[in-house]
Design a protein. Structure first.
Length: 315
């Protein structure tokens, strides 16, 4: 079905109510965003806010879906179900190519336009026939962080990986090691997502490896318990601490001098821009000629005012 045919069809059908709480309803196009995030990961609230705002501004229907536990097989089924419901477009993460490429390719083959966001790569998006990729190149972001840390004198580190089943998470840790010019080895730990367990595993690693120069966390899920861990063992502010992504506790940590920097991949743009791009594509046939890198950008204590104001909401 061509974009124009889709538009004509959509204009004659009243929009159905959305299941998700993060939604904007209209009588035009419908877009479904599918993420790999479990319900417990608060970082994705920014994604939900962004898609809702884009839906309101573009006057389209949007819906957010995810596997409650973060199970990727469950996510694959959600993508299949989303495609079968006949939306104008699907915006989806690509947390694991092997698990998710089949359902995404099937959606494209069925005539549903797809944009890959947040995880995956531009090359993978092209292979699957997606319109484009919007996100942060994870390995490159880790590499830039490692190079920055090396310039600051870091020679060893702990990477707290709270989502080790996602290759993108491991790419962050590997990029950081490569930026430092050292082997990753056992410096990456599978922390799980339980806050108490993350705190205990961080403390156990640092106790067994007291010469560790730095800690790298991959988002609020691992950063927040790590802040507590460092505070309990008296290392807060004394060990080099960098993190991916932002959140209220991370911003406070940067403000207090405990966290040296946060890498902002701008998740707002990852959800907002695909809705805008798809809507204009379906209405007017216009499409950006390139993929969009939403990050990385380093957030330090020198420029926190706007970030602090919107952390956890739009930043």
């Amino acid at each position: 079905m061509t974009p124009m045919h889709k538009l004509m069809l959509a204009a004659t059908v009243a929009a159905t109510p959305l299941i998700a709480t993060t939604a904007a309803q209209a009588e035009g196009e419908k877009y479904i965003l599918v993420s790999h995030a479990p319900d417990s990961d608060s970082w994705w609230n920014t994604i939900k806010n962004a898609i809702a705002l884009a839906g309101d501004q573009m006057d389209v229907e949007v819906e957010y879906r995810n596997p409650p536990t973060g199970d990727l097989a469950d996510m694959a089924r959600i993508i299949e179900q989303a495609a079968a419901s006949g939306p104008d477009g699907i915006i989806t993460t690509l947390a694991d190519y092997d698990v998710l490429s089949g359902p995404i390719r099937s959606a494209v083959d069925s005539g549903v336009d797809v944009i890959i966001m947040n995880s995956g790569t531009p090359e993978q998006a092209r292979e699957l026939g997606a319109l484009m990729y919007v996100g942060q190149p994870e390995y490159d972001a880790g590499l830039a962080a490692g190079q920055r840390a090396k310039d600051d004198g870091v020679g060893s580190f702990l990477c707290v990986n709270h989502y080790i089943s996602s290759p993108a998470s491991s790419e962050r840790c590997q990029g950081f090691a490569d930026g430092l010019g050292i082997e990753l080895g056992d410096q990456m730990i599978d922390s799980g997502q339980d806050p108490a367990e993350i705190k205990n595993r961080v403390q156990a690693y640092l106790s067994s490896n007291p010469d560790t120069d730095a800690v790298l966390t991959l988002g609020p899920t691992s950063a927040d318990p790590t802040l507590l861990a460092l505070d309990e063992i008296g290392m807060a502010g004394d060990i080099y601490f960098g993190t991916f992504d932002l959140g209220a506790e991370i911003v406070e940590g940067i403000k207090d001098g405990i966290i040296n920097w946060g890498i902002d991949q701008q998740p707002f743009l990852q959800a907002y821009l695909p809705v805008v791009v798809m809507t204009n594509y379906h209405r007017y046939g216009v499409l950006p000629g390139n993929n969009i890198n939403s990050g990385p950008g380093f957030v330090t204590a020198d420029a926190l005012e706007m970030v602090e104001k919107f952390a956890g909401e739009y930043r």
